[in-house]
Ligand binder design. Structure first.
Ligand SMILES: Nc1ncnc2c1ncn2[C@@H]1O[C@H](COP(=O)(O)OP(=O)(O)OP(=O)(O)O)[C@@H](O)[C@H]1O
Length: 251
């Protein structure tokens, strides 16, 4: 399978660079790197190992240079490889071949521990459905990534700011079962931003939401880009596709 066969660059980012703005009430830092995430000639194949399963070629020759403050959408039918690209970009899985660069540094040169450390500092990942921990409040869920470094108290005000940012400032004591699907998704986005994320990777954030809730999520993602955060999102939501700065359609 060639690059041309399995993906189509539908829209590029040819517009003049917009200035990065930083809102005072959020925790984000100024962009450290102009292109925090780059994927170069990525190939992803599954199977074909000793268990006798047939090899499946999912992605071939995928390239992406994601700039600070840009929202890139990976669109395409179910099974076309959207999640696979997101997990590779987030360093959660390794590509079969090709290079992943975080702030210019190749993951090939990093140990597993280094990848984990760099990921925590750089990338927030929201998986499909944005799973939260039941029995914990929205605020506790947002603070979870700060637990391993003992930074919960340090980050508490930031967590409240982030819940305000996603419109849930008055729901921070609510537990996931007391929130709607769209509200849970917003908590998951706030949680992904708590460590000062530069790249927000979000898988199908509007799937199974009504139009109004979906639009709210989209405007939150757009807001984060105006803070200089780069957003990589997988979706076939036409509104998200329309409002993304750049788009790749997997076919
Ligand atoms: N770990 C794995 N082992 C084998 N095959 C896999 C694995 N992960 C994904 N696949 C296959 O790779 C293809 C792409 O999967 P992926 O989840 O990336 O697609 P997607 O575009 O995100 O789909 P959806 O929109 O349904 O979430 C699918 O055919 C899937 O079955």
């Amino acid at each position: 399978m060639s690059n041309d066969l399995n993906l189509r660059r539908v829209r590029g980012n040819n517009e003049a660079e917009a200035p990065v703005q930083t809102r005072a009430n959020t925790i984000v830092k100024e962009a450290d790197h102009a292109t925090p995430l780059e994927l170069s000639n990525i190939t992803i194949r599954y199977g074909g190992g000793k268990n006798g399963s047939d090899a499946v070629s999912v992605v071939d020759g995928f390239d992406l240079t994601l700039s600070a403050g840009e929202m890139h959408c990976v669109a395409g039918r179910s099974g076309s490889g959207k999640t696979s690209i997101l997990t590779v970009g987030a360093g959660l899985t390794l590509p079969t071949s090709g290079r992943v660069l975080w702030e210019g540094d190749s993951l090939e040169t990093m140990s597993d521990d280094e990848i984990a450390d760099r990921r925590r500092a750089l990338i927030g990942y929201v998986d499909q459905g944005g799973a939260l921990i039941d029995g914990m409040s929205a605020l506790e869920n947002v603070l979870l990534p700060a637990v391993p470094d003992g930074e919960v108290e340090q980050r508490r005000e930031m967590a409240k700011d982030l819940l305000d940012l996603v419109g849930l400032g008055r729901r921070m004591r609510h537990r996931p079962e007391q929130l709607s699907g769209g509200e849970r998704q917003r908590v998951a986005i706030a949680r992904a931003l708590i460590l000062g994320t530069r790249v927000l990777v979000v898988d199908e954030p509007t799937a199974s939401l009504d139009r109004a809730s979906a639009n709210r999520i989209i405007s939150i993602l757009k807001d984060t880009t105006s803070d200089g955060i780069a957003v990589l999102v997988a979706s076939h939501d036409h509104e998200l596709v329309r409002l993304s700065d750049t788009l790749t359609e997997l076919i």
